[in-house]
Design a protein around this ligand. Structure first.
Ligand SMILES: [Zn+2]
Length: 629
């Protein structure tokens, strides 16, 4: 087969990359014949216009047109999806690329992405390959954005290379300079695809205090500065909060602190013109605000908005177009009383309901409840969804600009859904309500290695953000995904996953509710039994490998998942039954078992994060209690 794909001379890198990708996949898919394709990038789409493309092809080829370079690439992958390609998880090994006849090439359709912001934010413990594979996967399933947190993503890479939480793997050397190199590679790959780059967020306050603040590691007392004049005044002193610069607030009434903060941001924007969106966040812990006389007179959000306006003024003076993302989170959920953002086009609102629950999707109650009072250093974060959404409404009453949600279903809660169908449904339901919430997209703050038993939640998330399809979209996309992943026998897998999802304990795993809970225990025992019962079926399928290597891999992973669930759900059930000592022992045995397996399933499950979440939030104890004398 001779496949020719042309793009205009001097076309943008993403268009050239799209041409190479279309050629590469079609060459694998088509047996014989000739086809000629032209990729066209229309100029002039305003920033606010969502990604859009048009496909006009016949069996002899044709034209794919996008409204910006990235849209041409998204259009190519969408066309390949229409031809039967399935990009099931990050990595080339997780793609199903069918053989087709030239007759199948003819398509005529147009598509406009439903939302402007569609992306993922790095969390967890990640290797260079995890990061690059995920970036490669983003446009294949319809995402257009990626967020590298901090000034460099050192924290996440370092966790992997030193194998934090996994004593079974020997630490590998990894330096801050290595992280800079990997970041440069990641940004080059994002640029090659024309994807939107979000940066920083965490770490600004720590940097103002004179620390690198590239993660949340405490600074030993002997390595701390003698004085912290810009730090929040608490208990009569200005010091690091819990010894962690990134978690320490500043005295936002101090003009010198504000000047230093604004200078750092403008300097970063100047030196990183590839960052489309710079996130301006304060400390990552709450109830540690400054108690000086000046700070006490106003809400944190008033001080925050004054800082943001100052940064905007300086960026405008330097003609820097970088957009600034401001965060509704912790104390900043309470909107400002006096101050308002002056240059709305500069800013994007990001609503981060980190304390929400995951039993249901977003929904309003009859009327949004009144906001609780803002009490400096004694706020309680809203737990219910309705309460979280009431804060969003209060902010939206005074800011009419662009905005999106930043949410965490694949950050912690997903470990409590062993079937992944419940969390996928919650994600889908949330996205279906974004318009009603007045938000133009979704960034998922999540583990990049979130594919156990499979990566359906991310796959459905991307699809729903591209083209919301109502309630029928969930079973349709689930069926499409599972059939491509598991081949024959996928329907039995779907039944198992549905039953496992009926046993979900997302909120309980996240630390909500009492630990001893008979209902939760019963669900977990049932999940264990379901996995035990399915084992012979998985074993029988694995007797017949070879004909479909991709499905073989998904079945092998499912068999691993059955073992994983039986151990983890078993430990959790003991905890919910109130048998704490036995629970801790079972959990420690599970950790040892899982750590020994990580090398085999590295791209699929983030062992660092499973252990961290089940310890910190679910409440398992990592060390046996001292023997009683
Ligand atoms: Zn102060």
């Amino acid at each position: 087969m001779s496949i020719q794909v042309t793009a205009a001379p001097g076309a943008a890198p993403a268009v050239r990359f799209a041409a190479a990708e279309l050629r590469r996949y079609l060459a694998r898919m088509l047996p014989a014949g000739d086809a000629v394709f032209a990729l066209v990038c229309e100029a002039g789409a305003p920033d606010a216009a969502p990604d859009a493309w048009r496909v006009e092809t016949t069996p002899a080829g044709g034209t794919l047109t996008g409204n910006r370079p990235r849209a041409v690439l998204l259009g190519v992958y969408d066309y390949l999806h229409a031809l039967g390609c399935r990009f099931l998880a990050p990595g080339a090994a997780n793609e199903r690329v069918p053989a087709i006849g030239a007759d199948a090439l003819g398509r005529r359709y147009e598509k406009t992405a439903a939302f402007r912001h569609r992306g993922v934010c790095i969390e967890g413990a990640d290797s260079r390959e995890n990061l690059l594979d995920f970036i490669d996967w983003l446009p294949k399933i319809g995402f257009n954005s990626f967020f590298l947190q901090f000034r460099t993503p050192w924290a996440f890479l370092d966790r992997w290379y030193r194998h934090a939480n996994n004593a079974a793997l020997a630490p590998e050397p990894f330096t801050a300079a290595d992280a800079e190199r990997v970041m440069a590679e990641a940004e080059a790959e994002l640029a090659r695809r024309g994807l939107l780059l979000h940066k920083v967020g965490h770490g600004w306050t720590g940097q103002v205090l004179g620390y690198p603040a590239l993660d949340w590691t405490p600074v030993p007392k002997e390595k701390q500065h003698k004085a912290h004049p810009f730090a929040a005044l608490r208990g009569g002193e200005r010091a690091l909060y819990l010894d962690i610069p990134a978690d320490t607030n500043l005295c936002y009434a101090d003009p010198a602190a504000i000047d230093r903060f604004a200078r750092l941001v403008v300097d970063y924007a100047r030196r990183h013109p590839t960052a489309d969106y710079l996130h301006i966040w304060l400390a990552d812990e709450y109830n540690n605000l400054c108690e000086c006389d000046a700070c006490r007179t106003e809400r944190l959000a008033d001080q925050y908005v004054r800082l943001l306006n100052e940064i905007d003024r300086r960026l405008t003076a330097e003609a820097l177009p970088t957009r600034l993302v401001f965060l509704l989170y912790q104390e900043l959920l309470w909107p400002p009383v006096r101050e308002r953002l002056r240059n709305e086009d500069r800013f994007v609102l990001m609503f981060a309901p980190i304390s929400r629950t995951f039993d249901h999707s977003y929904r309003w109650g009859e009327a949004p409840p009144d906001l609780p009072p803002f009490v400096r250093n004694a706020v309680r974060l809203p737990a219910g969804l309705g309460k979280n959404l009431a804060f969003l409404r209060a902010w939206q009453a005074q800011f009419a600009g662009d905005g999106f949600v930043y949410d965490y279903p694949l950050g912690r809660a997903h470990y409590g859904d062993f079937g992944y169908l419940h969390i996928a449904r919650v994600i889908h339901g949330d996205i279906a309500r974004l318009r009603e919430l007045g938000l133009n997209g979704y960034l998922s703050c999540q583990e990049l290695r979130a594919a156990l038993p499979n990566a359906l939640p991310n796959y459905l998330m991307a699809r729903a953000l591209l083209e919301p399809g109502g309630a029928a979209q969930v079973p349709a996309v689930t069926g499409e995904y599972l059939a491509a992943a598991y081949g024959d026998g996928w329907a039995a897998v779907e039944r198992l996953l549905a039953e496992l999802s009926d046993c979900q304990v997302c909120d309980w795993l996240n630390g909500q509710g009492p630990r001893a809970d008979a209902g939760i225990a019963a669900r977990l025992r049932r999940a264990q039994a379901l996995c035990r019962r399915f084992e012979p079926k998985a074993a029988a399928r694995l007797q017949k490998t070879g004909a479909d290597p991709l499905a073989d891999r998904f079945w092998e992973k499912l068999a691993f998942h059955l073992a994983y669930v039986q151990r983890l759900a078993g430990a959790m059930a003991l905890l919910a039954e109130g048998r704490t000592a036995e629970a801790d022992a079972a959990w420690r045995a599970f950790c040892g078992w899982l750590c020994a397996q990580e090398a085999d399933w590295q791209p699929d499950v983030d062992v660092y994060r499973v252990l961290e979440v089940t310890q910190k939030y679910t409440g398992f104890c990592p060390k046996p209690a001292k023997e009683e004398p």
